[in-house]
Ligand binder design. Sequence first.
Ligand code: ADP
Length: 160
Amino acid sequence: MKVVYPGSFDPITLGHIDIIKRIAKKFDEVIILVANNEAKKTQFSVDQRIEFIEETLKECDVQGNIFVKKHNGLLVDFVRENNADFIIRGLRRANDFDIEYDMARLNKHIAGVETLMVAADPKFTHIASSYVKEIAKFGGDISEMVSTCVANKLKKHFNL
Ligand code: ADP
């Protein structure tokens, strides 16, 4: 079976990587789908975010049945065009659930596409791309939250 793991990945964190590693063991193919949504302001361009993901996958030795793609239409259209079986979303805490539950029902309603939610590992539940950027901007230590290549790219980006 094939699954799509969509997100902003602005940038990819070790929390994302943990979900990717776990689902890659359970499904034949995992597509990491980087959202190219102009309404959502991101720090990094879609191509930079893809580069960060590809380098992180190499660094963490997570390869094989994992592909990275971008898309700027409806997620459900991508899922159907690629004959994927499920959307995967990670759940860190209760307020993730409220949003994800609505999205899952909407995607089921408009296109019959099912979503599977994966509980984050407690080691990573406090890690979010937004916190990582905020900490990095002021020179804080993000080395245990992102890959070394992402940590270096953030340092460079924020001129540290
Ligand atoms: P989005 O803007 O679509 O929420 P994110 O890149 O923030 O994009 O997250 C993509 C997916 O990864 C979401 O399902 C999110 O809940 C999940 N996720 C984010 N951070 C973590 C983490 N630390 N541990 C597990 N899952 C996470």
